[in-house]
Write a protein that binds this ligand. Structure first.
Ligand code: UT7
Length: 334
């Protein structure tokens, strides 16, 4: 049971959704001055999925959410909370979670969005765990979803090769069994300008000038984020392991945010994790931002890589700067 938690919380369903359109490194070679070799060796990414002009974040989020509900055997009317973690909402307001609620017809759910970059899913899970543990809510749907391709400058090779679109969802409910063992969130707003979308908000409202400056696109200091990621992945993992009274060798599956294979390998090595303890799918999807951990978790559960009793460590980092880590003792569905 985690600190301050009155009852246990488990994930009873998972789901994910990605667009059908595949954009390979070879496709990108034709669009910008890059190469498959550079992208593969510097990031580990081979291809990513990209949403078409009719698809927005709420569409993928609702698709993933519906699958998680089905997996859990819960109907939309039984939901009392929907949290969507995203940095690419359909629009500034209303919240993307309200659009998901409408799509799912989950009329009894309170809805809010959460902006924590690629740590978003873990932030959402943490919020839902505490909301359910307190007794205030019974069933929460947490979705990490982003269409980063919509805010990428496909002439900027330093960002456009890294990201893909997708959504990952988890259904959480109260339970007697172990479930979420420990959870930690953190942030350092001093790093606000390391990864951002400058325009379109109240600081720099959208205007011909912000468009001309390209402030509707993602900007990133790649090297600074890389150094932060390598450090924080290890620190956050060690903190949450200590909270749960566990060692790295007690972890059956480590699911890190899928940003760069070099970041994942460095963290795994410093945590003394073996290759088969680490889940990697960024070769297929690239960095799907708030969706990445949810997509990986759903794939791992559905492929049998996670079984009842397994201890799973989730860890993410992202814009803000933010980070989060969570350990779950997996409970097999009855
Ligand atoms: O979810 C959180 C989001 N962000 C991240 O996780 C990003 C973390 N950072 C990274 O993953 C890495 O810093 C990058 C993959 C973004 C960059 O890798 P790097 O090894 O740090 O490369 P670099 O930025 O130091 O660039 C090395 C060279 C540069 O050329 P010069 O100046 O050495 O001649 C770049 O211009 O690679 C060049 N370069 C490219 N070349 C071909 C940068 N992007 C590309 C590209 N294709 N796409």
């Amino acid at each position: 049971m985690i600190h301050g938690k009155a009852r246990n919380v488990i994930i009873t369903g998972t789901g994910h959704a990605v667009p059908t359109r595949v954009l390979s490194n070879f496709d990108l070679e034709k669009m910008v001055d890059t190469s498959d070799e550079w992208i593969r060796t510097r990031t580990g990414i081979l291809r990513r999925r990209v949403a078409d002009e009719h698809t927005a974040t709420s569409d993928l989020a609702a698709q993933a959410g519906r699958l998680a509900l089905k997996d859990a055997g819960v109907s939309p009317e039984e939901l009392d909370l929907i949290i969507v973690a995203t940095i690419t909402p359909d629009m500034l307001f209303p919240s993307t979670s309200c659009l998901v609620q409408k799509n799912l017809e989950a009329w009894g759910a309170a809805c809010y969005d959460l902006s924590a970059g690629c740590s978003g899913l873990i932030y959402g899970l943490d919020m839902a765990v505490h909301s359910i543990a307190s007794g205030a809510y019974q069933r929460a749907l947490v979705i990490g979803a982003d269409c980063i391709s919509k805010v990428l400058n496909f002439q900027d090779r330093s960002t456009c090769v890294l990201f893909g679109d997708g959504a990952g969802a988890c259904l959480l409910e109260a339970a007697d069994q172990a479930g979420v063992l420990a959870s930690r969130l953190g942030a350092d707003g001093r790093g606000w300008d390391k990864l951002l979308l400058r325009g379109g908000g109240s600081r720099h409202p959208a205007s011909p000038a912000t468009l001309a400056a390209g402030w509707h696109y993602i900007e990133m200091c790649g090297n600074d984020v890389f150094k932060f990621a390598v450090r924080i992945m290890v620190e956050a993992s060690l903190q949450v392991l200590a909270d749960a009274g566990l060692q790295p060798e007690d972890i059956d599956l480590f699911i890190p945010h899928q940003a760069n294979i070099r970041i994942i390998e460095s963290a795994a090595q410093r945590l003394n994790l073996t290759e088969d303890q680490v889940y990697v799918n960024l070769d297929e999807y690239g960095n799907t931002s708030a969706a990445s951990i949810g997509i990986a978790l759903d794939e791992a559960v559905r492929s049998g890589r996670i079984k009842g009793g397994d201890r799973v460590l989730l860890v993410g980092f992202g814009a803000g700067l933010t980070w989060g880590a969570m350990i779950i003792e997996w409970v097999e569905k009855a």
